[in-house]
Write a protein that binds this ligand. Structure first.
Ligand SMILES: CC(C)(COP(=O)(O)OP(=O)(O)OC[C@H]1O[C@@H](n2cnc3c(N)ncnc32)[C@H](O)[C@@H]1OP(=O)(O)O)[C@@H](O)C(=O)NCCC(=O)NCCS
Length: 163
């Protein structure tokens, strides 16, 4: 089967996914997922402008049956980390791929001594807020006017890691 991101209208039965580090060959597939995910964070990875620090467990993709199905981007500073962006192709949602991405990222962070993980999400993005709450993140604040197009507040969330 050809490797690639998936069009929103295709349908497949749920299949297990694997999580692996992002590499530059994934950039176009990740960009397609990003473009199909208007509620995602602002930053999309690009092979030609990958910021330093995006490596290993903080730049991950999920893959199923040869398709890149989702991605997670974040960064670590000292003993804290931030998840910048997370999205799964619409066709692959509610099959556990985002949970696999976040769980893998958290395991890597924990093994490197990260103590707390932060993220922001659009206030209206109830699905993502529920998703993160299910994984143990708690709401810890609100940033008015944080997002543009459209203007919207961010809900800030955090999770403490315990070794
Ligand atoms: C949020 C998002 C990443 C979730 O991806 P996903 O692969 O569908 O999530 P999972 O299948 O791993 O969900 C695990 C659990 O989280 C919860 N969850 C996930 N999506 C949910 C939704 N839309 N509404 C309510 N709960 C949700 C459920 O409890 C789910 O378990 P269940 O399907 O057994 O009920 C995906 O909907 C997405 O890409 N949205 C657009 C981009 C975005 O909003 N990113 C987050 C902000 S940066």
């Amino acid at each position: 089967m050809m490797r690639g991101a998936v069009a929103a209208e295709r349908h497949k039965p749920a299949a297990a996914c694997l999580v692996r580090p992002f590499d530059s060959n994934d950039a176009s597939f990740v960009r397609e997922i990003f473009q199909n995910s208007p509620q995602a964070g602002a930053f999309a990875p690009d092979s030609s402008e990958q910021p330093s620090g995006f490596a290993g467990p903080l730049a991950l993709v999920s893959e199923s049956q040869g398709d890149v199905t989702g991605f997670l981007l974040g960064r670590e500073v000292a003993d804290e980390a931030e998840i910048f962006n997370l999205a799964v192709a619409p066709h692959y949602r509610r099959q556990g791929h985002a949970a696999a991405l976040v769980t893998s990222a958290l395991e890597g962070m924990s093994s490197r001594g990260i103590q707390r993980v932060f993220l922001e999400v659009r206030e209206s993005n109830f699905g993502a807020i529920s998703f993160y709450e299910k994984l143990g993140f708690i709401k810890n604040g609100r940033r008015k006017g944080y997002y543009r197009h459209p203007d919207e507040a961010a809900i800030t969330m955090e999770k403490k890691l315990t070794g």
